[in-house]
Design a protein around this ligand. Structure first.
Ligand SMILES: [Zn+2]
Length: 217
């Protein structure tokens, strides 16, 4: 892909599917929020495959160039930060770079080693985080590891909407459940001792429609 708009922003994709190099011919600098939006976009590629982990995306930027974009592909596989580092020809390329990651890097051993320690080991200069992890196993501990190692950490608090069910679970100690059901106009889903009957009558559909509801018959 190649788009060029008056020298403002161009991007191109090279052989590896998730290996992007972005160049920026500056009229104005790309903001932290814009890089984070790119990380959110990457995170969403994992939609439906990461549970019970959240969707997470990560972008590595150095001197206004996007060196790598990664995301958590599937539960049990590499976290987004590691996936982004794996896109680099050498992890030495990350030295002095900034990572934008939609969720605080983990600090604990789960199915994979802690990402925060890996970010320290590759010599990142700065980490911009979209959301502090509500999971008490992390919850600030990842940030502490980074800051203790001298990495500048900024928290944008802009990506909470990416994983509402994950956040809800830790905020309320119960799962977020979405229930979809058919209900008669008088508020019933069945009658005692009887089978529910949903009429294919067109009139019923019209009534429901007039009430701002849709019934699938
Ligand atoms: Zn991690």
């Amino acid at each position: 892909m190649l788009t060029l708009s008056d020298g403002i922003l161009f991007s191109f994709q090279i052989s590896a599917p998730h290996n992007y190099l972005w160049g920026f011919c500056g009229v104005s600098e790309i903001t932290d929020s814009e890089y984070m939006a790119l990380a959110v976009q990457a995170a969403q590629k994992g939609n439906g495959h990461t549970w019970t982990n959240p969707m997470v995306g990560a972008v590595i930027v150095k001197q206004q160039h996007v060196l790598a974009v990664g995301y958590h592909h599937r539960f049990g596989e590499a976290h987004a930060e590691i996936d982004a580092l794996n896109q680099l020809a050498s992890s030495a390329d990350a030295r002095g770079a900034t990572m934008y990651v939609t969720l605080e890097p983990c600090s604990h051993f789960g199915k994979t080693p802690p990402c925060a320690k890996r970010l320290v080991s590759v010599g990142l200069r700065r980490v911009v985080i979209g959301q502090i992890d509500p999971n008490p196993l992390v919850a600030g501990k990842g940030i502490a590891i980074l800051r203790t190692a001298g990495i500048a950490v900024e928290i944008l608090a802009t990506t909470q909407g990416l994983n509402p069910a994950y956040n809800f679970f830790y905020q309320h100690q119960r799962p977020q459940v979405t229930l979809k059901y058919a209900m008669s106009l008088d508020g019933k889903i069945n009658a005692a001792q009887k089978h529910a009957v949903i009429s294919p009558d067109q009139r019923l559909t019209e009534i429901a429609s007039n009430c701002g509801q849709r019934i699938r018959l």
